[in-house]
Ligand binder design. Structure first.
Ligand code: 8YV
Length: 327
C-alpha cells in the first residue's frame, strides 16, 4: 500500500473532521489550539506533504522558502486566502485550495444581521437595558431607521454578495452592485439588481454599502479615504470580508464626526486589535470575526478541506483550486 500523505493541521478543527482526517491521512493535529509559532510553522512546512492552515497563519515568502520538496498542497480552512503569499506558492509549484461556497450563506446572514443591528440599534438597545438605563417607553426614544425601501450597494457579487442580495430583497431593500464584471442576466433579473460600473458613482447613491469581495493587492483599501467620503452622511458601511478592504482609520474618524451614519463590522485591519476610536463610535456594531462561525459551517469547511486533499493526493485536480501548482 501507498504511504499515507503527511497532513499538518495548524489549528484545532471540529472533532468529526479531525477523526476523519486521522483515518484518511498521516495527520498531525494541533491539540493545543494556539496558533503555531513561526518556528512550529517552519517545522510544519518542512515535514508536510499537505499543510492545512487557517486565517491566523501567515504563509509568507520567507516561510515558503523553508518548505520541503514534498509540500505540494496548501489546503486552507477558510474562503479568504490573503494570509497565503500566492506568488511565492506559485513559484514553488504548490497548489492552493480554499473552502468557498459552504460559508456563503452563514456569512450573508451575518451581513444581514449587521444591517438590522445598525439600522434598528439592536446592540445599543440591549446595552441600555442591561445597564439598567431603560426608564420606560417614549415616542421619540431609540429611533432607528426603516430598512424597507432603502438602497443596498454590494461591492463584490460573488457567492456571499449574491446570498446577501437574496436576503436583502426579502427585507425590501433594492439591490445595487459593483463587480469586476456584470453577473448573469438571469441572476440580475432575479435580484432586480442594478450594476454600477463606477464604484464611485454607486457609493454616492447608496444607503447601505456592503463589502463582499476578497482581499487581494487590487482590492486593498477599495474603500479608501477618498471613497469613504463619497458615501452619504446618513449611509452605513458593512464589512464581513476583510479589514484591509477599508481604510479603517478614516472610517473611525468619519463615524466619530457623524459624517457617516454607522457601520457593522466583523473584520478589522489588525485583528484581534481594535482601533480604540471604533470602540468609541456609538453607531458602530462590532463583531469579533465570527461571520462564518456556525457549527454546521465549520464541519462543511472541514469536509471541503478533506475533499480537496483527497482529490489531490489521488492525482486529480482538487475542486476548490485557487492556485494550480504541479501535480
Ligand atoms: C474563517 C474567514 O473563520 O473563510 C474566511 O475567509 O475569514 C472565516 O470564515 C477563517 O478564514 C478560518 O480560516
Amino acid at each position: 500500500t501507498r504511504k499515507k500523505p503527511i497532513v499538518v493541521v495548524t489549528r484545532k478543527l471540529p472533532d468529526v473532521i479531525e477523526t476523519r482526517m486521522m483515518e484518511l491521512f498521516d495527520t498531525r493535529l494541533n491539540l493545543d489550539d494556539h496558533p503555531l509559532t513561526v518556528e512550529q510553522l517552519t517545522e510544519a512546512v518542512r515535514t508536510a506533504d499537505v499543510l492545512v492552515p487557517t486565517v491566523t497563519d501567515r504563509i509568507d515568502e520567507a516561510l515558503l522558502a523553508e518548505a520541503g520538496e514534498n509540500l505540494k498542497l496548501i489546503a486552507s480552512f477558510g474562503a479568504g486566502v490573503d494570509h497565503i503569499d500566492l506568488k511565492a506558492a506559485k513559484e514553488k509549484g504548490i497548489t492552493v485550495t480554499n473552502t468557498p461556497g459552504v460559508l456563503a450563506e452563514d456569512t450573508a446572514d451575518m451581513a444581514m444581521a449587521l444591517i438590522l443591528a445598525v439600522y434598528r440599534r439592536i446592540t445599543e438597545g440591549e446595552r441600555v437595558l442591561r445597564d439598567g438605563e431603560w426608564h420606560g417607553w417614549s415616542p421619540n426614544w431609540m429611533l432607528g431607521r426603516r430598512i424597507h425601501g432603502k438602497r443596498l450597494g454590494i461591492i463584490g457579487m460573488g457567492r456571499i454578495g449574491t446570498a446577501l442580495a437574496k436576503r436583502a430583497r426579502g427585507f425590501g431593500l433594492s439591490v445595487h452592485y459593483h463587480n469586476r464584471h456584470r453577473v448573469d442576466a438571469d441572476l440580475e433579473n432575479e435580484l432586480e439588481a442594478t450594476y454600477w460600473e463606477s464604484l464611485d458613482q454607486m457609493l454616492a447613491r447608496m444607503d447601505i454599502v456592503s463589502v463582499n469581495c476578497p482581499h487581494t493587492p487590487a482590492t486593498y483599501h477599495i474603500l479608501s479615504a477618498r471613497r469613504l467620503k463619497l458615501i452619504q452622511k446618513h449611509a452605513i458601511v458593512i464589512n464581513t470580508a476583510r479589514g484591509e478592504l477599508i481604510d479603517e482609520k478614516t472610517l473611525a474618524d468619519l463615524l466619530l464626526a457623524g459624517d457617516i451614519g454607522g457601520a457593522g463590522l466583523d473584520v478589522y485591519e489588525r485583528e484581534p486589535n481594535i482601533n480604540p476610536k471604533l470602540l468609541r463610535a456609538k453607531t458602530a456594531v462590532l463583531m469579533p470575526h465570527m461571520a462564518s462561525a456556525t457549527l454546521e459551517g465549520r464541519i462543511d469547511m472541514g469536509e471541503r478541506v478533506i475533499i480537496n486533499i483527497k482529490t489531490f493526493v489521488d492525482g486529480h485536480r482538487p475542486p476548490d483550486r485557487v492556485l494550480e501548482g504541479l501535480l
